[in-house]
Design a protein around this ligand. Structure first.
Ligand code: BDR
Ligand code: CA
Length: 317
């Protein structure tokens, strides 16, 4: 089985990505590390436990990580995910935070990867604070990963958080900078514009949610808020290329689950803008090798969308 470790800021699309991993027969999910992002890290832990509960998989360990970025203050994406990160739907039966492991996310990441050298794929669907801290604690970590799959960054300087900044990179630009510099392992990026060009149609979403299962009912509840937000004028402006739902984090997860999911990618060195009047947090793609950076990443361009729909469908069965 493929061993996965997942780092999330559990909003609605992180929840969808986690459910993809839980449903994949070829995957063993070793743990979920949580970080600030869409909402507070406490809410992220709670949301992750709720997703595991909805899938009857509370045996998977959940670890709490960084509450803030390396510099400055945390931002959130409450306008899109709901202020609790999962659509602001009250849940009286949510598991308590006492179910979160005592071990912190960064040490758990280092321990789990070192226990399985060369075997773990790390999927990061959140600001990269935990990953940046982990590589500072253990610089050998990237060399022990099978692969790194990140949802984040942008390729056409289109932002969803600032003019040019995608949320995960903008929420902690220094962490994204460190990760892209230090993680010299096979790295795959699902960037914002690519995810927008690979939308799920609303017709698909209706069929997906109409399945008569507990998981589908759970998803239909937590998804209401961001479905409405996606159709709002404000968010439609952020989204590229027509209507439909962008389950951003699920593309990075699907790529980690299935090696044949990516059909086409570019291979370039990338970094992150740390200053700039309008561009802090923007990903910079060095197509002509001006910066002489050692490490290239795979920037996903095209994926198997039929397979994606099948995987998404199966995740709510
Ligand atoms: C990213 O930001 C978050 O709101 C989503 O969960 C996704 O990880 C998209 O820019
Ligand atoms: Ca996310």
């Amino acid at each position: 089985k493929k061993l996965l470790l997942v780092d999330v800021d559990c909003g609605v699309d992180d929840a969808q990505a986690i459910m993809l991993a839980l449903a994949a027969p070829n995957v063993e999910l070793l743990g979920i590390t949580c970080v600030h992002g869409n909402t507070t890290v406490e809410n992220v832990c709670k949301n992750t436990l709720r997703v595991l509960q909805a899938c009857n998989r509370l045996e998977i360990p959940v670890f709490k990580g960084a509450a803030k970025p390396l510099l400055g203050n945390a931002i959130d994406a409450g306008h899109f995910h709901g202020y609790d990160g999962l659509g602001d739907v009250p849940d009286a039966n949510a598991p308590g935070l006492d179910m979160v492991q005592k071990e912190g996310a960064v040490s758990a990441m280092i321990r789990i990867i070192n226990e399985n050298p060369g075997k773990v794929s790390l999927v990061a669907t959140a600001p990269l604070t935990n990953l940046a801290l982990a590589v500072r604690m253990d610089p050998s970590l990237p060399s022990k990963l099978r692969g790194l799959y990140i949802m984040g960054g942008n390729t056409e300087s289109r932002g969803n958080t600032t003019v040019c900044g995608e949320f995960n990179f903008t929420a902690d630009p220094e962490a994204a900078y460190i990760v892209l510099k230090e993680y010299q392992c096979p790295t795959y990026l699902a960037c914002w514009e690519f995810t927008c060009h690979s939308k799920l149609s609303w017709e698909f979403c209706d069929d997906w949610l109409a399945q008569d299962t507990h998981k589908a009912r759970f998803m239909a509840q937590i998804f209401k808020y961001s479905m409405a937000a996606s159709k709002s004028e404000r968010v439609e402006k952020e989204f590229v290329a027509g209507s439909g739902f962008v389950s951003c984090d699920s593309y990075a997860m699907a790529a980690a689950i299935d090696d044949s999911f990516i059909i086409e990618s570019d291979h370039y060195p990338v970094t992150v803008e740390l200053t700039g009047t309008h561009t802090r947090g923007m990903m910079v793609v060095d197509t002509a090798d001006f910066l002489k950076m050692a490490c290239k990443v795979f920037i996903i361009k095209k994926v198997d969308l039929n397979k994606f729909e099948q995987m998404m469908m199966a995740s709510l069965k």
